[in-house]
Design a binder for this molecule. Structure first.
Ligand SMILES: Cc1ncc(COP(=O)(O)O)c(C=O)c1O
Length: 456
């Protein structure tokens, strides 16, 4: 058998791409204030802004939408979702919410108080923001391997368990629970090993602490474990996912990722008392406990998506897509994060454009050039997104100045991926010709969403 990994689906409904010229895109980008978030999506040819909520649904998901039961209480689709979610997440109680951060808000606003500390391998930005919104500290404890962008290591998403032990020895009384994000999005979509999750579980047990998993990309993480961790090769991705998730007391899940859904989320847990408190809050903020802010048809699409996501033909193709792109870029010495993550490729913009100083935002230069040249939309997750100012207004920059190109699930083919790779390669060859940017209007928080820029 020739070893060619191909898209494990046939395409029966398509959305045409609007082709545009370099001149048109220059004008549109100016109109958008040189910010990717200001661009109407119709003006983008290949949209790699996010993998969240952008999946192509299957024919079975579309069929499930049509037969969605829109009853306010007790929709049949809630019970279908509950059955599937109980099996995957290994929890008795399933609470729907409208997306991942609604689950974060629900759980954290119920459990956290000022002065608490929540350690994690790395919190996603909405997770950190929701923790801090409760007056608590979101503490990241990645491993030293996870901090090196170019070091090849199988599990760069792991938590530093020694750092966790040190924290708990000193400050146990301030820690209400421990979190793990799988895969580790902030750390580059890198996986967390089963061994690491088990170790964290044991540490939690020794301090009588619950473990919460942010499981947005649990299926990608499970397939990484199957490929890379001793003793897991003969287990199915679904069984590995179940084993992994059963180590958590509570799972927060954004169905916009590993459920192929365009909206939705879940909180899954075993503790009936906590579930009561969450459901009582839910009815005030999201809706009744059998719909949680979602339409019945959304519940149905999530249930069907959860049945499809652990298909290994899909997961093999999914991880190989990113790996294939990273291999081609790394072969040209382009500073791309290694090894490939599960859902996105990340470029170190600072090393890509050594001629552009950090205060002239190399990441903005990279995303703007990719858009002008190729109609490709990526996102800056570096000096603009995670940078701050000190009290004198001087820039404080994050450790890495990254640009992320996230692949929506089942949306683009290998030829689209090749088009993106060729544009990045061509831009890299001409990197000396590119100059930087400064703020035109600087947004006060989450600066990448709403700031505008002008040439430096
Ligand atoms: C790891 C992680 N956690 C939480 C979230 C928040 O989920 P949502 O966008 O559904 O609110 C995201 C979204 O990208 C994520 O990647």
């Amino acid at each position: 058998m020739p070893d060619v990994v191909f898209e494990p689906f046939k395409i029966k409904s398509v959305e045409p791409i609007n082709f545009s010229t370099v001149e048109e895109r220059k004008a549109w980008l100016k109109e958008a204030g040189y910010n990717m978030f200001g661009l109407p999506a119709e003006r983008v040819m290949i949209d790699l802004l996010t993998d969240s909520g952008t999946s192509a649904m299957s024919h079975n998901q579309w069929a499930a939408l049509i037969s969605g039961d829109e009853s306010y209480a007790g929709s049949k689709d809630f019970y279908a979702l509950e059955r599937v979610a109980r099996e995957i997440f290994q929890k008795d109680i399933v609470i729907p919410v409208h997306q991942g951060r609604a689950g974060e808000h629900l759980v954290f606003s119920t459990l956290l108080k000022k002065g608490d500390i929540v350690p994690s391998n790395s919190h996603f930005d909405t997770t950190g923001a929701n923790i801090e919104d409760c007056g608590a500290e979101a503490l990241n404890l990645p491993t030293k391997e996870g901090l090196d962008p170019f070091l090849v290591h199988p599990f760069k998403g792991n938590m530093d368990t020694e750092a966790l032990k040190r924290l708990l020895k000193e400050k146990r009384e301030h820690v209400p629970f421990v979190m793990l994000t799988i895969t580790n999005n902030t750390g580059g979509g890198q996986p967390v090993s089963y061994r690491n999750i088990s170790e964290v579980r044991k540490i939690c047990d020794s301090y009588s602490l619950p473990l919460f998993i942010d499981g947005c990309r649990f299926a990608e993480n499970a397939y990484f474990i199957k490929l890379r961790e001793n003793g897991f090769n003969n287990l199915s991705a679904k069984v590995i996912a179940q084993k992994t998730l059963s180590l958590a007391d509570l799972v927060i899940f954004s169905a916009k990722k590993d459920a192929f859904a365009n909206i939705g989320g879940l909180v899954c847990l075993n503790d009936p008392e906590l579930a009561e408190r969450l459901k009582n809050r839910l009815v005030v903020t999201e809706g009744f406990a059998t719909y949680g802010g979602l339409a019945g048809r959304d519940l149905a699409a999530i249930a069907q998506g959860l049945l499809e996501i652990t298909d290994e033909h899909y997961l093999k193709y999914r991880l190989r897509t990113i790996e294939w792109m990273v291999e081609r870029l790394a072969a040209e010495d382009i500073p791309v994060l290694r090894p490939a993550g599960g859902h996105a490729l990340y470029i170190d913009a600072d090393s890509f454009f050594p001629n552009i100083p950090p205060e002239n935002f190399p990441g903005i230069a990279l995303v703007n050039e990719l858009y002008i040249r190729g109609g490709i939309r990526a996102v800056e997750l570096g000096n603009v997104a995670f940078g701050k100012r000190d009290k004198d207004g001087k820039h404080i920059f994050p450790r890495l100045d990254l640009v992320r190109l996230a692949m929506p699930r089942r949306v683009y083919t290998e030829a689209h991926a090749a088009y993106v790779v060729e544009h990045i390669k061509a831009l890299y060859r001409e990197r000396d010709k590119v100059s930087g940017w400064v703020f035109d209007k600087e947004a006060p928080v989450l600066r990448h969403f709403r700031s505008t820029f002008k040439p430096a």
